[in-house]
Design a protein around this ligand. Structure first.
Ligand code: GLA
Length: 731
């Protein structure tokens, strides 16, 4: 059992292979946080913590005249509200009598084998070979009867602990939750850097690293989705932590909606992290007997630096999150029509592209946006989901058959959550879209968002989408969402429940994805929200890959994919070769660089083959072959960042190494030309020092030499050019 409770001392010790997490119930029933770090020997650390009488840090009634006991200074697991702890709270609620207070004291616990579940939301699941144990700890407010259950899932071999919270109203009156965090983690010190990822549409997942400074720093989204602007994951690492060394704590929220991650450096230079649903516009009514479930957080710790943290996250996301068959399967090389033709196509043109793509190693042809009625631009058409028979007179099913007959799989694009005001659906059901009575709705790409908190809307979408997937005989579906939420008001919900809608929307989204995606276990789904606007572990529970960004420029993608790599494994990142000059940046980059960059993700093409020369098509075929030949290393192996593009302007390099360290693929791009250029030797990682590796040109070097000296970006590689080394162990 990875979880031990000591009755005498009241200590809970959670052990994974390399880490220990410790909590203690003190004499007043407060659940204290004692430790999270490298594995210890089970000792009680409580006597280490110095308690002083601190001015303006009040003492709870139970502590009597003991002025050294204050919830304002103790490390805790879940901070209450109105109990004298003035740091960031885990919960904020209005009780039936109007008071703002929650004072939770431990009232029991339960330890069991296996993993707890989270109702109607994503959560990590135990797989064959895993040892997973759970502890539930109950905190009760004796005055109101409100119960908080803290859930800890311990994935022993994976060095992962998951956290979630259930709040139950066991009182006699309705309560209203205004804040309910999934995880709180208190630290004894605060000399850490806060690493997080975010940017903007077409330049998301930028890497940000800032020292934790006095006060509160936060990232989050209030846009309805996890967003391009911030990603629901964070790392706290020791100031000097590098890829190879230093304490690192990582947190991933499995949620696709509004989120908040806040870090506070306190008056005594301690630190608190909170993560969960954003509290802005969140007001959840809990009637007597009702339970509120927070989304789950995946937590890991390592003392071995950022690469080790990445490997732990990649391993657990690859094996314990997504439930379908695709995650570790070789994905088909696709050709997507979007940047090839946008909305301007007909049957003939699509078939011409599909046919031409056969000589490029393509295995899946995807018809992106524009196949349905009134969709000649992004100004209309969403919601009705009828095939445009002017563009496709024989229908989608027929088109799909033609593509299948060429030996290709067939895919389509959908955007179920949206409606255009110029659509029949909107005419028939204007109240199905979010709008505030008396106000004209804010436009985003001239479309509105459907109210997924409504069951009738969800039923309509499930039926429509299932019908499209079935009649088009699709093997692949790209699920898009191209605006954020505004005017959030539902006419199905009573006035005082409007603060529930943003979360109910996400629950509704998870419900329809459950019903659509699980009905089609053989269909490969790819998530998308104007690129990576909803690139989160919540979506990855349903869909094994997400389009990384609308920016397909290989050089911009180096930074985007660098940011994603900290948490998300390569096979989750949609990445394609497009034409040059690039449609987003105007940059021209050699085809080889575009291909090598796309190999970091689910390799594919997004271009009109008619614009390629025969030689380029042959090159594409070659790259598709290389990708497939090495895909297993990338799908199952370990990922190493070999440079930081935010610090090193001259090149970007990364590598994938098979788990048994016998094979590796090293990718390098020169990102800046220099007069009399320097030779950069890129030091390799993850290889066995005492093994001999052979390169594709027959040269042999030991792992030790490759680690010490590395491999050069050769002289002939000019600005924006790329190269790859393939290594296999010979001795
Ligand atoms: C979004 C996606 C693109 C494309 C368009 C279609 O922007 O990110 O890849 O599918 O929608 O409208």
């Amino acid at each position: 059992m990875a979880i031990v409770y000591n009755e005498k001392t009241g200590i809970f010790t959670l052990n994974t292979k390399n880490t220990t997490y410790q909590m203690a119930v003190d004499k007043y029933g407060t659940l204290l946080h004692q430790y999270y770090g490298i594995r210890i020997l089970g000792e009680d650390l409580n006597s280490l913590f110095v308690k002083n009488d601190r001015g303006f840090s009040p003492n709870p009634h139970e502590a009597g005249i003991d002025r050294t006991y204050s919830l304002d200074t103790l490390l805790q697991e879940f901070s209450g509200y109105g109990d004298g702890d003035y740091r960031l709270p885990s919960i904020c609620l209005v009780n039936g009598d109007g008071s703002y207070a929650f004072c939770g004291r431990v009232s029991g616990h339960r330890i069991y084998h296996g993993k707890y579940t989270v109702e109607k939301m994503p959560y990590l699941q135990e797989q064959d070979g895993d040892t997973v144990d759970t502890v539930e700890i109950y905190l009760t407010d004796k005055v109101t009867g409100v119960d908080v259950t803290l859930l800890y899932g311990v994935f022993e071999e994976k060095d992962v602990i998951t956290r979630a919270v259930r709040i139950t109203n066991h009182g006699t009156k309705k309560i209203v939750l205004e804040k309910a965090m999934s995880v709180m983690l208190d630290f004894i010190d605060s000399d850490y850097d806060f690493i997080h990822f975010g940017g903007r549409h077409a330049m998301e997942h930028e890497y940000h690293r800032q020292p934790v400074s006095y006060g509160i720093q936060s990232i989050g989204s209030t846009r309805g989705y996890s967003s391009h602007q911030h990603n629901p994951c964070a790392i706290l690492c020791e100031r000097g932590a590098t890829e190879e060394s230093g304490d690192c704590y990582g947190f991933i929220l499995e949620y696709s909606g509004n989120f908040l991650c806040e870090v506070e450096k306190t008056q005594f230079r301690q630190m608190r992290l909170n993560m969960g649903i954003h509290s802005q516009q969140f007001r959840w009514n809990l009637e007597v007997g009702d339970v509120f479930h927070t989304p789950e957080v995946i937590m890991t710790y390592t003392d071995k630096g950022l690469t080790s943290l990445t490997h732990k996250f990649h391993d657990v996301l690859r094996s314990n999150l997504y439930r379908g068959k695709f995650m570790n399967q070789l994905r088909p090389v696709l050709l997507n029509s979007w940047e090839a033709v946008y909305f301007d196509f007909n049957e003939e043109k699509l078939l011409e592209i599909a046919k031409a793509s056969l000589n490029m190693g393509t295995e899946l042809f995807v018809v992106d946006d524009g196949w349905f009625t009134n969709r000649n631009s992004d100004r209309s058409g969403l919601g009705d989901w009828e095939v445009d028979l002017e563009k496709l007179p024989h229908g989608l099913g027929w088109l799909s058959e033609q593509v299948h007959q060429m030996g290709l799989k067939f895919g389509i694009w959908i955007e179920p959550e949206m409606v255009s005001q110029k659509s029949q659906l909107y005419k028939d059901h204007p109240n199905w879209a979010y709008m505030i009575p008396g106000r004209s709705p804010v436009q985003g790409r001239e479309q509105l968002v459907l109210d997924l908190s409504r069951e009738d809307v969800r039923d309509y979408l499930v039926e429509k989408m299932n019908h499209i997937i079935e009649t088009s005989k699709a093997d692949y579906v790209k699920w898009d969402a191209n605006r954020h939420l505004c005017d959030v008001f539902s006419d199905r919900i009573y006035e005082n429940r409007q603060g529930e809608i943003l979360h109910r929307y996400i629950l509704g989204l998870y419900d329809i994805m459950d019903r659509i995606i699980l009905t089609h276990p053989n269909v490969l789904f790819e998530g998308c929200s104007g690129g990576g606007g909803r690139f989160d572990a919540g979506m990855l529970y349903y869909q094994p890959q997400i389009w990384g960004s609308d920016d397909t420029d290989a050089i911009a993608r180096l930074k985007i994919q660098y940011g994603l790599s900290f948490v998300y494994p390569s096979q989750c990142i949609g990445s394609h070769v497009s034409v040059c000059p690039n449609h987003q940046t105007g940059r021209t980059v050699p085809l080889r660089t575009r291909a090598i960059t796309a190999m970091h993700g689910t390799f594919g093409f997004e271009l009109d083959p008619a614009l390629l020369s025969e030689e380029e098509k042959t090159m594409c075929q070659e790259y598709a072959k290389i990708y497939k030949a090495n895909a297993a290393i990338m799908l199952e192996g370990d990922y190493y960042r070999l440079s930081n593009p935010y610090e090193q302007n001259a090149y970007t390099a990364w590598m994938h190494v098979s788990k048994d360290k016998t094979k590796a693929v090293v990718s390098m791009v020169r990102t800046e030309s220099q007069g009399n250029a320097l030779i950069y030797y890129v030091k390799l990682k993850g290889l066995k020092n005492d093994a001999m590796y052979e390169l594709q040109d027959g040269r042999r070097f030991s792992g030790a030499a490759l680690r010490k000296y590395g491999l050069p970006i050769t002289w002939d590689i000019k600005e924006y050019e790329a190269m790859q080394y393939y290594l296999h162990q010979v001795k």
